[in-house]
Design a protein around this ligand. Structure first.
Ligand SMILES: [Ca+2]
Length: 247
């Protein structure tokens, strides 16, 4: 009779060194020369990129270092995190124009020069979880206003809080601490992805993970033998960096 492989498996400790989930939205700040910028941002000149905790701005001056107060545009991307499933409305106050997408659907389209104006979306039903969001905004001449809010199922209107906005820091989950040529698999109910250790680390492609998962890692040696597996780690996402230790 064979000895059950399970008995010989190593314990593998896992420590998260970096967190892939970052609260806020990724803001890309552009400038252009004249007229209204194209809605697709084609040929705009990217000046700077940063994480904005939320979108709640009034600008009389430069919105960011190197970005002019006149004729700038911003694209914010990330995910809106819905805690309670239900019916939501989004609202956008803009001077000058803006377009809001959630899940690739245009919810508000107000791409024109105007004084501060508030637009409401239709009611949308959202499941609990992560929904991709994109907001484009431009300002022609000072001053500028852009505020992104929502009305939650309980009727509360608020600027979307930073805790409900999320950016995924990277496309890869990086695993450190394993020998060269070891293979690592990421599981969450089913096998999600795998990668081989090259140099100091294994890089697991996480670009398809639309929201964080509770996952564990199986480790195989260079001959393909299962070495062991980690405990379940909560909220694993692109941009995470883990240190694994085989004990
Ligand atoms: Ca303006």
């Amino acid at each position: 009779m064979y000895v059950l492989g399970v008995l010989s498996l190593a314990k593998i400790l896992v420590v998260r060194l970096e967190q892939g989930i970052v609260n806020g939205l990724l803001g890309k700040y552009y400038k252009w020369s004249n007229g209204k910028p194209p809605k697709d941002f084609k040929n705009l000149e990217l000046v700077t990129t940063r994480i904005d905790p939320q979108v709640n701005f009034v600008w009389w001056d430069e919105p960011a270092p190197g970005v002019p107060a006149d004729r700038f545009a911003v694209e914010w991307t990330g995910y809106v995190v819905v805690d309670t499933a239900g019916y939501y409305r989004f609202y956008l106050e803009v001077d000058d124009g803006g377009v809001l997408w959630v899940r690739d659907q245009v919810l508000i389209d107000a791409w024109k020069e105007q004084p501060p104006t508030v637009y409401h979306s239709d009611i949308v039903e959202l499941s609990a979880g992560y929904h991709p969001l994109r907001l484009r905004f431009f300002n022609n001449e000072v001053f500028a206003v852009v505020r992104l809010g929502w009305i939650t199922p309980d009727g509360k209107a608020e600027i979307i809080p930073s805790s409900n906005l999320v950016v995924r820091k990277g496309d890869y989950i990086v695993i450190k601490g394993l020998p060269q040529n070891y293979r690592i698999e990421m599981w969450s109910g089913e096998l999600l992805e795998s990668a081989i250790v090259k140099g100091e680390e294994a890089r697991i492609n996480a670009s398809k993970l639309e929201e964080p998962v509770d996952a564990y890692f199986k480790v195989y040696d260079g001959e393909g033998r299962l070495v062991g597996e980690t405990p379940v780690v909560r909220n694993v996402w692109g941009g995470d960096v883990f240190q694994l230790t085989i004990t």
